[in-house]
Design a binder for this molecule. Structure first.
Ligand SMILES: C[S@@+](CC[C@H](N)C(=O)[O-])C[C@H]1O[C@@H](n2cnc3c(N)ncnc32)[C@H](O)[C@@H]1O
Length: 309
């Protein structure tokens, strides 16, 4: 089995309040601070599908080696556990979990058939056949659709359509069929939901729906693990005013969305969906741009939330 060295997890290279004061006193950055009504973006799932079609080389793949340091619960959980990775991309979050824990099974959704296929290739070629029983990707636009009921049910997961080996050409159809399967026996839930750089990719007005779905999918007492872009991250401050599509919401040139979270907004969204806040903070990391030697101040939000028992 392939191995990977764990990366260190650090989060306090600078003080977020100092960065906030700098940004809020810089007249050239004023347009980032002014509230603006959202101008309705086109379907975000379509933009992500064409993004993945254009970037099919997998070069955006970077295994999140720090993930088990950031969320040690993933490592320490005893016994068999089910994880739902929402918006899995090419498997950057899935891979370190499968690598570290033999007794974890991951269900992972994305709206792009291309990226789901690529995630399978990356994961099966890295960890080997043993991961085929433990990684179950499916197609879903989770910003407007509920999670499928079979997600909760082991007998549906073992149904013939699930087990057929298929070519990538009919994988999309097969996964759609599976998503439509409804069974009365589907009860239960997952032990962890991971939302890693995914919530920021959907329009703000759809976030309460997504979080309500995540909440209903978790078993009582279990955890949602959250990491995403934070307010005043370097990438936010680089957006020109023309790419602002709402308050703290921006559209990249290829049409994908990026929202930048304050802790207050995260708290409101998650508590509003019925979660209990366990951890919530800004991660402030300074790194160096290797090409131009410039300092980059990155801000991410780390959060851990529980569904009440
Ligand atoms: C920035 S990537 C993060 C991927 C992964 N979670 C990780 O840790 O690297 C966001 C992913 O969310 C997916 N996504 C965005 N909007 C979606 C939607 N409405 N439904 C399903 N997937 C979506 C995109 O296709 C993309 O793969």
């Amino acid at each position: 089995m392939a191995t990977a060295t764990t990366a260190e997890y650090h989060s306090r290279d600078f003080d977020w309040e100092e960065l906030r004061d700098e940004v809020e006193n810089d007249p050239s950055l004023l347009y980032h601070l002014t509230p603006s009504a959202p101008s309705l973006p086109p379907c975000n799932a379509d933009a992500w599908r064409s993004f993945h079609r254009r970037h099919s080389s997998g070069k955006f793949f970077k295994e999140r080696r720090y993930l088990l340091e950031e969320f040690p619960e993933l490592r320490s959980s005893d016994g068999f556990a089910k994880v739902l990775e929402v918006g899995c991309g090419n498997g950057s979050t899935v891979l370190p979990i499968l690598r570290a824990k033999k007794n974890m099974v991951i269900y992972a959704c994305d709206c792009s058939a291309e990226v789901v296929e690529r995630a399978k290739e990356i994961i099966f070629s890295t960890i080997g056949v043993s991961s085929e029983q433990r990684f179950h990707p499916f197609l879903l636009d989770f910003s407007v659709n509920k999670f499928p009921e079979w997600l909760f049910c082991s007998s549906c997961q073992n149904s013939p359509s699930r087990n057929q080996s298929s070519s990538s050409a009919d994988a999309e159809e097969e996964m759609m069929m599976l998503n439509d399967t409804k069974a009365q026996c589907c009860i239960g839930g997952v032990d962890f939901v991971t939302l890693i750089f995914t919530l920021s990719a959907v329009p703000l007005q759809n976030m309460p729906f997504v979080l309500a779905e995540c909440h209903s999918t978790l078993k009582p007492g279990c955890l949602l693990l959250f990491r995403d872009y934070g307010l005043y991250d370097m990438t936010m401050l680089r957006f020109p005013v023309e790419q602002k599509v709402g308050y703290r919401e921006y559209m990249r040139l290829e049409g994908t969305l990026s929202y930048f979270f304050s802790l207050d907004i995260v708290r409101d969204l998650f508590v509003g969906a019925g979660f209990i806040e366990l951890e919530l903070e800004y991660c402030c990391v300074t790194s160096m741009n290797r090409k131009n030697g410039k300092k980059m101040q990155r801000v991410w939000v780390h959060g851990k939330f529980a569904k009440p028992s």
